[in-house]
Ligand binder design. Sequence first.
Ligand code: ADP
Length: 247
Amino acid sequence: ADAFNRMLERLERAFEQQSRFVADAAHELRTPLANLRTNLEVVQQDPQASFSDYKEMSAVLERTLSRLEKLVEDLLLLAKGEREIETEPVEMEVLLNEIIQEIEPLARTHQIEVSFHTTEPVIVMADPPLLSRAIGNLLENGIRYNHPGGSVTVGVRYVTTGVEIDVKDTGIGIPLEAQPHIFERFYRVGRSRTRDQGGSGLGLSIAAHIIQLHGGNIRFQSAPGMGTNFTIWLPGIANEMTDDPQS
Ligand code: ADP
């Protein structure tokens, strides 16, 4: 009977989490949609609206649509199951150089130096676009939550159980009280501030979900004003099928 009750409790908790997720997702979608409607109505109801008013509106619509598209893609990614990933041997140096090249414009805007170092060639079994997304999200945060002139450093190394990837920044750090929550879906520290920066609060939950799909885990160390260090652990190729003692 105890085991049965525990199972019921677990199911109930899972169900509650699920409904909260749906409510949060609907809320996130509603805000840009309302924004679209307001913009449309303002111009439509103004008999003197000029061509340039319409042009201005179309720019707002485009920005809002991009945000909606990104949100829908993020939600689909979070719904991905383990069977939907396609792993192959990935050379970390190649993957990381691609990711860093892609993020360079953002880094330049924020005046952040992004660098990568490793002492040996490292290969992992991974779904390349998904792993890029997970590491890219960590890099993006390291850039956004940083000070101009700061840096983000990526390191890769073999450990006895697999591979570790470090993403270390010199940024603002994560407040102690926020630390237990940062992997929660839609959680943001200082909600309004990060929303202005385009964050939906899904970046870290997506990174964690992707790493979990790969059988790995993700941890971090952070102190306000002292920067943040995220570490991804992925199982090694040789012991891919064995249980990870860390997870
Ligand atoms: P967001 O879309 O807000 O960036 P994330 O899930 O990526 O959502 O991150 C959740 C919160 O964790 C962010 O709002 C931010 O305050 C905090 N955070 C994440 N990464 C870092 C970092 N490298 N340095 C400081 N704070 C961070």
